[in-house]
Ligand binder design. Structure first.
Ligand code: GRF
Length: 220
């Protein structure tokens, strides 16, 4: 059976892209990456794609006078690859409503917080400042508002007493690398669909138990 085709948009390191590349390397995984697009030249993510033999494109937003003309060009490049799904993976450009509406329920994003908390940048610093006991990450369908849209998968991690933004980011990132391939699998297999702006996941078994931080054993 033909595999579900992905276009992945990046701006940098591409560790989430790598998690998708690794997942797609398994012939049993239901998706493959048809194209990687970066708006920044010479980033590590492009190297990762090339090493995996995936076609790449660089489209610098600096070469365009306005957001709309950049997005028109971006849309044309993506469409040539005929993807079933467009995955934002550390793509650091805000997309306009016009672009988002061209990919209804076919555009997903990863955000390093438990949405709808901590939208925007510097999530880990803000989690620490707020004294939250949990942090996490979210894969969601993209809507015009920033970091908004139906949630597909989330992972939660505890905040540790000695954490700084880097140690917390590393703990969250390890989970990002698990949930991006999971979300893509659910969509590719037709097991995650949007109904009334919520994602219904077929056959999702809720994880057992609750996460409590600090752990009750330590405080009793
Ligand atoms: C990740 O933390 C992702 O959640 C955020 O940007 C970062 C990208 O990292 N949107 P990478 O380029 O995938 O390594």
């Amino acid at each position: 059976m033909a595999r579900f085709k992905l276009a992945v948009l990046i701006s940098g390191r591409g560790s989430n892209l790598q998690s998708l590349i690794d997942a797609c390397a398994d012939p049993a995984y239901p998706a493959e990456i048809a194209l990687v697009v970066s708006n920044i030249p010479d980033v590590l993510g492009l190297e990762r794609a090339k090493k995996a033999g995936i076609p790449t494109a660089v489209l610098s937003h600096k070469n365009f006078n306005d957001r709309e003309s950049f997005e028109d060009a971006l849309d044309a490049i993506i469409r040539e690859a005929e993807p079933d799904l467009v995955c934002l993976a550390g793509f650091m450009r805000i997309l306009t409503e016009g672009f988002v509406r061209r990919w209804p329920d076919r555009l997903i994003n990863i955000h390093p917080s438990l949405l709808p908390a901590f939208r925007g940048l510097h999530t880990h610093e803000r989690v620490l400042e707020a004294g939250a006991r949990f942090a996490g990450c979210t894969i969601h369908f993209v809507r015009p508002a920033m970091d908004d849209g139906p949630i597909i998968v989330q992972a939660a991690v505890p905040v540790h007493a000695g954490d700084d933004a880097d140690s917390l980011a590393a703990r969250v990132l390890a989970e990002e690398h698990k949930i991006y391939p999971l979300a893509v699998r659910l969509i590719a297999e037709g097991r995650a669909r949007v109904e009334n702006e919520r994602v219904i996941v077929d056959a999702a078994t809720p994880p057992p138990g609750a996460l409590i931080n600090p752990a009750p054993g330590e405080t009793a």
